[in-house]
Design a protein. Structure first.
Length: 239
């Protein structure tokens, strides 16, 4: 199976504009995320912003790759749509979408998701962590049915008394190439736009999402507080 990892990167984040270019560790958030992806898999960064493009040219110059970044349209409402444009005419069977604000994503988790997609033949997959913070309001969670597929995604507070398994959602997706093209060609759904959860377009249209369970994950970078906590952890690890 031919596989490509794509990192969609945009500048205009609502809660922390320019977050992928923050560089208080000596590396940008985007470069940290790139470093965490599998170096033995084809990789690509897809962006619509020249500032990010120039940052890609800076750090990707150290990697032995012919083309590792592409410019895409500014009109895409989600990372899924950006990834779809980047790979639409590329001959890959499986496309893995790693969001650019996941500088501490565990490479082993990505590998586990890929292995699950290869073994099960699922159309689409994502990751869920077993450890959910006690104060989880606003954190995206995924409810998983007995067959291992997503039932729904929520930002509501959960307390562990739910009858269905609920995991902390991690911003990584894997799609069959043809499934990704179908999703990108669909209209955005009401649930997707109301909750700002791009995966709901697939779920609302009957595409099953396989959930691969991993032990834990660090918070992606959504706010300045998230970034400051990441910088602190990185400094302690590299002291």
């Amino acid at each position: 199976m031919s596989i490509i990892i794509v990192i969609p990167a945009r500048y205009d984040s609502k809660r922390l504009p320019g977050k992928v270019l923050l560089k208080e560790t000596g590396k940008t958030v985007l470069e940290h995320t790139w470093d965490q992806t599998n170096k033995n898999t084809h990789r690509l960064i897809a962006t619509d912003d020249r500032r990010i493009w120039h940052e890609c040219q800076r750090f990707l110059s150290f990697w032995p790759v012919a083309v590792a970044a592409v410019m895409t349209s500014k009109k895409h409402p989600t990372g899924t749509d950006r990834v779809a444009e980047a790979v639409r005419n590329l001959p890959y069977d499986l496309v893995v979408n790693v969001q650019a604000d996941e500088p501490e994503i565990d490479p082993a988790s990505i590998d586990k998701l890929i292995a699950e997609m290869e073994q099960t033949g699922a159309e689409m997959g994502t990751l869920g962590a077993t450890k959910i913070p006690a104060n989880n309001l606003g954190q995206v969670k995924v409810a998983v049915d007995d067959a291992g597929f997503a039932s729904y995604f929520t930002r509501s507070q959960v307390d562990g008394t739910e009858k269905i398994k609920i995991l902390k959602h991690i911003g990584v997706y894997a799609y069959r190439h043809e499934t990704l093209m179908r999703i990108a060609d669909m209209e955005q759904t009401l649930g997707e736009t109301m909750h700002s959860l791009e995966q709901l377009r697939a779920l609302n249209n009957g595409i099953k999402i396989r959930v691969v369970e991993v032990p834990e994950s660090h918070q992606g970078i959504d706010t300045r507080e998230d970034y400051d906590a990441f910088v602190k952890r990185w400094g302690e690890k590299h002291a």
